[in-house]
Write a protein that binds this ligand. Structure first.
Ligand SMILES: Nc1ncnc2c1ncn2[C@@H]1O[C@H](COP(=O)(O)OP(=O)(O)OP(=O)(O)O)[C@@H](O)[C@H]1O
Ligand SMILES: [Mg+2]
Length: 136
């Protein structure tokens, strides 16, 4: 099965989460991943991981998307080697990674170019083998 990949830099600022959502949805939309409930969940995951990278991470932020039929992996890299950890939610936050955990199959952190990359395996795309199989 062909794996489709994309990687792009995120302009850092207050618009980073919105810009990232748009870019990820555009790329996956071109590849045929358009199911609304699935892309809604994906949007939350993109927002939380990019917000974390901008707020808690450092350096440049790079998004990766890998799609292989129904299996899609989103990654968000930043230049800080600090490993994100779930924490007890309180009045100031602690809910982002809880959401990521709830909306993905699994997520993990790997070392990446002196910083780290958070990789989230999204829920399986609902259309069986994934979109566009007739073309592949
Ligand atoms: N990219 C990152 N780099 C370094 N530390 C991170 C990163 N992402 C998360 N963390 C750490 O993990 C903790 C938990 O992240 P989480 O997103 O669950 O909560 P939050 O960002 O503090 O609050 P919320 O997302 O609810 O606004 C953060 O408080 C932070 O200490
Ligand atoms: Mg957060």
């Amino acid at each position: 099965m062909t794996t489709l990949t994309a990687q792009f830099d995120v302009p850092i600022g207050v618009d980073s989460p919105r810009t990232s959502r748009k870019a990820v949805l555009a790329v996956l939309g071109v590849w045929g991943y358009v199911d609304e409930a699935w892309t809604d969940d994906l949007s939350v995951v993109v927002s939380e991981l990019v917000t974390n990278a901008v707020q808690h991470g450092a350096g440049s932020v790079v998004i990766g998307v890998e799609a292989n039929g129904p299996q899609v992996v989103l990654s968000v890299a930043d230049g800080s080697a600090v490993v994100p950890r779930r924490r007890e939610p309180d009045g100031r936050g602690g809910r982002g990674l809880l959401l990521v955990e709830a909306l993905t199959r699994r997520w993990h952190v790997e070392e990446h170019e002196g910083g780290k990359r958070v990789r989230a395996e999204l829920r399986l795309y609902p259309d069986g083998d994934g979109p566009g199989r007739e073309d592949q």
